[in-house]
Design a protein around this ligand. Structure first.
Ligand code: C2O
Ligand code: CU
Length: 472
């Protein structure tokens, strides 16, 4: 069972035996062994092959961390120190960015900004403390549109000292791929069409690196699902038929437990949502998880119920997680800036058609406050702010497209959209903006250095939609 899950590869029998033994005694996953010193990890990105579609299709040539798609799941305890040595065995330079983690700027993994790219054959060691508990992920920050699309992405889970009581804690890394008929990756990375429209949408959706069939669940079982969107450009809007998932965390950070608006879990590239899902359907039932983002709806995966109920009534355990130690911004003394995103097809620039033509000739299609980042990140910073100072950003999407806006090294509060208070004012590091939408966010600037603010549709980022905030 659980064919598509990489690990932990619990067999049905061991799962039931363990669950039965633990019912009543909080059926928690076994706590990882706590090492005394820093947790030492080695990651080796290298060319590899992966059975993405499955028989009768051949394996796909990919780039992978330690030969795995997604990369190895890193699980550490909150407060633990990590030392991660990256051995670059790719035929290209790379870096590793720890998406969503608050860490020292030099460890942020942004090529040409926080470090020089790791050359083929070279090694770079990242070291930082896992300050916040939650669901995070890692990926290259060099030629990202190509390197993520070839398969380089992995999930990093920082476990709470008091995790939620659930029967299983599962990671769902959602991705999509543009494959040809032999299941090979189509190598038209960064083409102008993708850059100026919705980004690179694939034709094959995967869950944990495989085209999924079904996920076996037991009647009465409570799951914690850690959804991570590692796709370059695909926005997922997931509806769980006949189920009522409860959102307990956004981008790793706890939020007041609530059912998502209209029952749909919206997940732009880079974003994470932690859900608690009570499996309340009947023995033998099937329920589809469907992506209903305005396109053709399609089935992502089925929940396939077994015959043996795990319990008769839903688990009665709290769903609220303890907050992370993120500083609260002080709106009264905050530095406020407007950040305007423009460009793309059907968009245009304040600079007019001249600007548009000049940019297109350089392969750029997007700008932030009138400046397009050509990838060298050498433009003047959007703002300069002292560490410890609160910042309010009024983000304005003047384009006809959706954009998941990501700020490095910080967790910001989403305060308002189009002037209306954002329900639950969640903390986030990546927030999805609808076409023409305005969004107000606030955070405390922390950690000297240059922090990127960019669209996580990687073709938009490569096409200029990226800027730098300098903290001094
Ligand atoms: Cu997940 Cu700047 O990236
Ligand atoms: Cu974008």
């Amino acid at each position: 069972m659980i064919r598509i899950l990489r690990e932990p590869a619990l067999t049905r029998r061991s799962f039931l035996a363990r669950s039965a033994a633990l019912v009543g005694a909080a059926a928690l996953p076994a706590a990882p062994a706590r090492a005394a010193g820093p947790r030492e990890i080695t990651l080796a990105p290298a060319p590899s092959r992966a059975a993405i579609v499955g028989a009768p299709y051949p394996e796909t040539s990919v780039w992978a961390y330690d030969g795995r798609i997604p990369g190895p799941e890193i699980r550490v305890a909150q407060g633990e120190r990590l030392r991660i040595a990256v051995d670059n065995r790719l035929p290209a330079p790379t870096t590793v960015h720890w998406h969503g983690l608050r860490l020292p700027n030099a460890m942020d993994g942004v090529a040409h900004v926080t470090q020089e790219p790791i050359a083929p054959g070279a090694r770079f060691v990242y070291a930082f403390d896992a300050l916040d508990a939650g669901t995070f992920w890692y990926h290259p920050h060099y030629a990202s549109a190509e390197q993520l699309e070839r398969g380089l992405a992995g999930v990093l889970v920082v476990e709470e000292p008091e995790p939620l009581r659930v029967d299983r804690d599962l990671v769902w890394a959602l991705d999509d791929w543009r494959l040809d008929r032999e299941a090979a990756i189509v190598e038209d990375f960064g083409n102008g069409m993708d850059t100026s429209h919705a980004g690179r949408l694939g034709n094959t959706v995967t869950l944990n690196g495989r085209v999924p069939g079904e996920i076996a669940v037991s009647p009465g079982e409570r799951l914690r699902l850690r959804l991570v969107n590692v796709a370059n450009a695909r926005i997922f809007a997931l509806r769980f038929a006949d189920h009522a998932p409860v959102v307990v965390a956004r981008d790793g950070h706890p939020v007041a437990p609530h059912e998502p608006k209209d029952g749909v879990v919206l997940l732009g590239p880079g974003m994470r949502v932690d859900l608690v899902l009570d499996c309340g359907a009947d023995p033998g039932a099937r329920a589809s998880v469907v992506d209903v983002f305005p396109r053709e709806p399609y089935r992502v995966v089925d929940l396939a119920y077994g015959r043996m109920p795990l319990r008769e009534s839903p688990l009665d355990a709290p769903l609220a997680l303890a907050p992370n130690p993120v500083p609260e911004p002080d709106l009264a003394t905050a530095l406020t800036r407007e950040v305007v995103f423009e460009g793309g097809m059907m968009g245009g620039f304040r600079g007019g058609p001249e600007t548009m033509r000049a940019m297109t000739s350089r392969g750029l299609a997007w700008a932030v406050n009138g400046v397009a980042d050509d990838g060298a990140h050498a433009m003047p910073p959007l703002l300069t702010v002292e560490s410890g100072r609160s910042v309010v950003l009024d983000l304005v999407n003047e384009t006809a497209w959706w954009h998941p806006i990501h700020l490095h090294g910080h967790a910001f509060r989403i305060l308002e959209r189009d002037g209306a208070p954002e329900p639950h004012a969640p903390l986030a590091d990546t927030a999805l903006m609808a076409p023409r939408e305005r969004m107000r966010i606030a955070f405390v600037a922390e950690g000297a250095g240059a922090w990127l603010l960019h669209c996580h549709v990687l073709e938009h980022q490569a096409g200029g939609m990226s800027a730098v905030l300098r903290v001094v």
